[in-house]
Structures are given as C-alpha cells and as structure tokens.
Design a protein around this ligand. Structure first.
Ligand code: PGA
Length: 252
C-alpha cells in the first residue's frame, strides 16, 4: 500500500535557530496524533540538515535535502554530494524542483544523472515536475508532464522506480496563491499513474506515492488530499508555520 506523505520544502528560509524551533514545534504537534499511515518530511537548507536530523531523532519527522550534485565527489566548488547527505543522516532528497529547473538550468538529462547518483547511494527521491501556465493554456500539460517523467526516470527498472516519490507541481501554482483545483490535480495524477502503469505495470503504478504541490494550505488540503490519486503534498509557504503544516498533515 502506498503511503500518504506530507513534505515541507523550506527553500532558502529558516536559519539555525528557526530550524531548531520549527522542528521542535512540528515534533510536538504530531506527537499527539495518530500518524500510522502518513509520513512527515521536512527539507531544510543544507547547512541545517545535521541539526534537523539530530532534533528529529526518535520522532516521526523525517529530514530530506532540497537538492544534491550528480557527481560522487570532486572539484565542484559549492556543491553537496549524496554521500555528504547520507553522512549526516539524510535519507531522502528532493530533485527537479521547478525553481532548480528555472533558476539553475536543471534539465531532464541532468536530473536523470542526479536520479542515478541518488539511487546508487540508496537515497529515496522526491522527484518534482510540472507544466508552466503557457503549457496549460495551450492544452499541452499532459505532454509536458509525460515527457518530464519519461526523460528523467523511465530508464529506471521497476525496483529502482519504487524508491521514487513523485511530486506534481504546476509551476503556475507555486507560491502564487493559485492552486490547481482538486479536479485538475486528480486528472493529472490519474494521467501520471496511467503513464506509470503503461511502462511498469499496475503493481508499480499503485505503489508509487504521487504528491501535489502548489499553494497547498490548511483551507484546501483536505479537498485535494481526498482525491484518489493524490497521496499527499509538497508544501512550500505553509510548511514554514508549524500550525499550518500540522493542519495540512491532519487533513488526511
Ligand atoms: P508553495 O510551494 O506551497 O509555496 O506554493 C510549493 C513548492 O514549491 O514545493
């Protein structure tokens, strides 16, 4: 059975002190609740990963990185490797976020390399993709999303693919306050699952969690998460506030 997942992408927010505080607040809030079927993940910035891992020990909070480099090591000033993430206790990495694609020129081909490196180091992946507004306006959203998935992931075998969590994040809904309607999210998630089933079969397609991301808030999470092919969310802005994040987690 696939898991429900709520993951907070903190982006370039929260210094050391704020990281400690937010992890503590989230830990405390979820302690009271019965989270048997829901995973809770936070993704702080690189410099605060070790602290977040330490502060989330013996709790249901898991820690992910927001990115990593495709090479194992070497002369890549300013970059972070999979092994480094592992060495501080990180088990999951977000790859392909639209901000990485747009501002740091990350292409499908580069992301395929990062995917291989992450899996070679036994890191779980939250793989992000999504169409831009122009794609949706021209009715090309499925073609765009289909090719993003195929180009970066379809070289993987079935077993490797099961280590990937997918996050559909329409670019026009990220940080804009604009959300895909629950129906738009469900339609796309159903298309994604069918694309997976065509390639890997139903067993794999049914086991992969597909998250929705883009202006998920306490007020809309319940309706979005109630859709059959939506298995949770990747949350930006609302993940920076413990109360809002907890309200979203509780939406399941
Ligand atoms: P948002 O960001 O919730 O602030 O729209 C989502 C994301 O970028 O993952």
């Amino acid at each position: 059975m696939r898991k429900n997942i709520v993951a907070g992408n903190w982006k370039m927010n929260n210094d050391l002190k704020a990281t400690r505080k937010l992890v503590k607040q989230i830990r405390k809030s979820i302690k009271k609740s019965n989270l048997n079927t829901t995973r809770v993940i936070v993704a702080p910035t690189f410099v605060n990963l070790a602290t977040a891992v330490k502060r989330s020990k013996k709790s249901k909070v898991e820690v992910a990185a927001q990115n990593m480099h495709q090479a194992n090591s070497g002369a890549f000033t300013g970059e972070i490797s999979a092994e480094m993430l592992k060495s501080v206790g990180v088990k999951t990495v977000i790859l392909g976020h639209s901000e990485r694609r747009a501002y740091f020129n990350e292409t499908d081909a580069l992301l395929a390399e990062k995917v291989n490196t992450a899996l070679a180091h036994k890191l779980e992946i939250i793989f992000c993709f999504g169409e831009e507004l122009a794609d949706r306006k021209s009715g090309n959203e499925e073609a765009v999303v289909g090719s993003q998935i195929k180009n970066a992931l379809f070289h993987l075998g079935s077993d490797a693919f099961k280590k990937v969590i997918l996050a559909y994040e329409p670019v026009w809904a990220i940080g804009t306050g604009e959300t895909a309607s629950p129906e738009q999210a469900q339609d796309m998630h159903a298309f994604i699952r069918k694309t997976l089933a065509d390639k890997y079969g139903n067993e794999v397609a049914d086991s992969v969690s597909i998250l929705y991301g883009g202006s998920v808030k306490p007020g809309n999470a319940k309706e979005i998460f109630s859709k059959p092919d939506v298995d949770g969310g990747l949350i930006g802005g609302a993940a920076l506030n413990a109360k809002d994040f907890y309200a979203i987690i509780s939406a399941f």
